[in-house]
Design a protein around this ligand. Structure first.
Ligand code: C5P
Length: 246
């Protein structure tokens, strides 16, 4: 594997700003300012602080992944995608389990906003395949999907590609199978990253940052190993070092 520079490594990291309010999230963002990483705004922060915190992160120069995992009827997802596109995020996601019509509706919503001149850019749209907290046993016995996790993930990835999406969220363990099925340009965003020796927490399908890079992941989402660290900037630096050196 060609080794990454620290700047290249940073541009692949999306820090999950899973914080209860704007003040806590922006304080953390300030500590990571200038590192070159993305910010991921998920449900906890967005439901508390709304679009304003996304605009603030954009005005501070961060690229933003809005992780709201939309899953609803196509017309509702189309409207949601329109609003998200107007907000100016760089990437957002929908659930692959919504099917092709629902995922295509997200793309139409993006187009609506761009064609109406309401947005300066079309964000990248990706699909959630199977949550990285989902184990084989949960998939088969609770969710009721037969077969391996990898089969289910690759099936969702193909659906997402057919719907016109640019990539998927999956575990780093599944990247090779996804790229083989959907092409090397199909973007993979992988949570479930744990630096050597870190606590897995509620995640099931995990790898280290170095193995994720070696496996060909395009972007890695990292939350608690950075956000819950006593010194988040130092924790990020250690992860970037691990990505470049192993
Ligand atoms: O703290 P941790 O590194 O586990 O955070 C992972 C982040 O990625 C969380 O914000 C979680 O919502 C998100 N995520 C995930 N699995 C997915 C999609 C998103 O863990 N399939």
């Amino acid at each position: 594997m060609a080794s990454l520079t620290l700047a290249e490594a940073a541009s692949k990291v999306m820090v999950a700003l899973d914080k209860p309010d704007a003040a806590a999230a922006l304080a953390l963002a300030e500590e990571l300012q200038g590192k070159g990483c993305w910010m991921k705004v998920g449900m906890e922060l967005f439901y508390a602080a709304g679009p304003a915190v996304v605009r603030e992160l954009k005005s501070r120069g961060f690229r933003v992944f809005l992780d709201l995992k939309m899953h609803d009827i196509p017309n509702t997802v189309r409207g949601g995608a329109r609003s998200i596109t107007r907000l100016g995020v760089d990437l957002f996601n929908v659930h692959g389990a919504g099917g092709i019509a629902m995922m295509s509706a997200a793309i139409e919503g993006v187009r609506d906003a761009v064609d109406a001149g309401d947005a300066v850019q079309a964000p990248i749209v990706i699909a959630v395949t199977q949550l990285t907290s989902t184990s084989q046993s949960v998939l088969n016995h609770e969710i009721g999907i037969a077969g391996t996790v990898e089969d289910a993930v690759v099936r969702y990835a193909r659906l997402a590609r057919d719907a016109g999406l640019q990539g998927v969220v999956a575990s780093p363990i599944e990247v090779a199978a996804i790229k083989a099925a959907c092409g090397t340009d199909f973007i993979t965003v992988t949570p479930g990253i744990r630096p050597s020796g870190a606590d897995a927490g509620d995640q099931s399908r995990i790898t280290t940052p170095y193995d994720a890079v070696a496996g060909g992941t395009d972007f890695m989402v990292i939350g608690r190993p950075i956000t819950a660290a006593p010194n988040p900037a130092q924790a990020l630096d250690n992860i970037l070092k691990e990505m470049t050196e192993g």
